[in-house]
Design a protein around this ligand. Structure first.
Ligand SMILES: Cc1ncc(COP(=O)(O)O)c(C=O)c1O
Length: 380
């Protein structure tokens, strides 16, 4: 049987991971500054993570949400304490799209409305409602056609004011737009959004699937604006590669049995992975490290010639060139064995390393990038 060929692949077969490094089947080392789409938060095969998963698997790996799983409450307690959302409730699921799907559904259950506001450049996943709120027609099928979604320009308070009303169920916005090219919502935009949502009884859903879990230096990126969401969705860095996702839900949403559900969500192994990640984020002060090493990278990147713009916060960084970044990205991988990412804006290189990245490792990347920029024709 052949695999359904939907992914353009690099001709690389990683067989081992250790911290920020990957090793392929030929023994070649790679520096992973992309973390498989921002998933590797605490580094590949972190010893505490491996130990927690191993230990859990020896005890019990899975049972469904029809029994008590104390690890879910332990995860909720640790997540609440570290994120500052300890007065919220946690719903566990398996992927980012599923988290958004459930948050949007819950918003609509709550106020009985249908219309959703999303933003130009957004990416919220590939399931039906998540993809309908994703601003990319090329990944929407005819069945995803949804007349209830309004896309507004990014950071445009006037457009928001015009579109808001008491027919809107929810606004969904990324803490920092990731796939769209690392775009940060302004403090004033987020504050206006919060107050307009309050004014019209609209649920504010912060999609922190890529920008959350300490990546920005804050636990969730939107916290830099001093606002609180009604729901926060998370995935990616939450399990450091183990599929686990969640929705933080404010007290105003009332649960009833059967309202939301999942077979796999919140299983023992997923909880062990997510608890291990939180332990390491806290014990190794990874949010502080993201701020420190991220600021160093951003400052140095801004000083490099041949770069149009550097956007970012913590270790979520977009490097915009004057032309497509593909040649530069290819060169970094082939000549320097450094993984980076691209974005829907073809000129923007995305850097999303594990939060354990050190300044010395960041400097290795800066030197490699600087050499590539001198050679890459788009930048000359
Ligand atoms: C901001 C954001 N939301 C949602 C998703 C979808 O997550 P998943 O691929 O786990 O469904 C992604 C994935 O890239 C994302 O970046």
């Amino acid at each position: 049987m052949k695999l359904f060929d939907v992914y353009p692949l690099f001709d690389i077969t990683p067989v081992r991971g250790d911290g920020i490094y990957l090793y392929d089947d030929k023994g070649q080392q790679y520096m992973d500054l992309y973390g498989g789409h921002a998933v590797i938060s605490i580094g590949h095969s972190h010893p505490h993570y491996v130990q927690m998963l191993e230990q859990q698997l020896r005890q019990i790996g899975f049972y469904s949400n029809s029994v008590k799983i104390p690890q879910q409450q332990e995860l909720a307690n640790k997540l609440g304490a570290l994120s500052g959302y300890d007065d919220y409730h946690l719903f566990l699921c398996n992927s980012g799209a599923e988290a958004n799907e459930n948050a949007l559904k819950l918003a609509s259950f709550h106020n009985g409305r249908k219309r959703v506001i999303a933003f130009e450049g957004s990416f919220h996943g590939r399931t039906s409602l998540a993809v309908a709120t994703t601003n990319d027609a090329s990944i929407q099928a005819a069945v995803n056609d949804n007349a209830n979604i309004t896309f507004l320009p990014w950071n445009d308070e006037d457009a928001l004011r015009m579109a808001m009303g008491d027919d809107v169920a929810a606004v969904i916005i990324e803490g920092i737009q990731g796939v769209g090219g690392v775009k940060i919502p302004s403090v004033s935009f987020l504050k206006s959004l919060r107050s307009m949502c309050d004014q019209y009884g609209v649920s504010l859903i912060l999609d922190e699937i890529q920008s959350g879990y300490g990546r920005s230096g804050h636990f969730f990126a939107h916290q830099y604006a001093g606002i609180r969401a009604d729901m926060v969705t998370m995935a990616k860095g939450m399990g450091n590669g183990f599929p686990v996702a969640g929705v933080l839900i404010s007290d105003k949403y009332k649960a009833r049995h059967g309202m939301l559900g999942t077979t796999f969500g919140g299983n023992y192994l997923a909880c062990a992975a997510a608890i291990a990640v939180l332990d390491v984020v806290q014990q190794e002060s990874l949010m502080g490290n993201a701020t420190k090493v991220g600021s160093h990278l951003i400052e140095k990147l801004r000083g490099l010639p041949g770069i149009h713009e550097v956007r970012g916060m913590g270790l979520m960084i977009g490097i915009e060139l004057d032309g497509p970044c593909a040649p530069l990205r290819g060169k970094l991988l082939e000549d320097y064995h450094i993984f980076t990412g691209t974005s829907s804006n073809k000129n923007t290189l995305r850097v999303l390393p594990p939060l354990t990245l050190t300044q010395t490792q960041a400097d290795v990347f800066l030197n490699a990038l600087s050499s590539c920029l001198k050679l890459t024709s788009v930048n000359i």
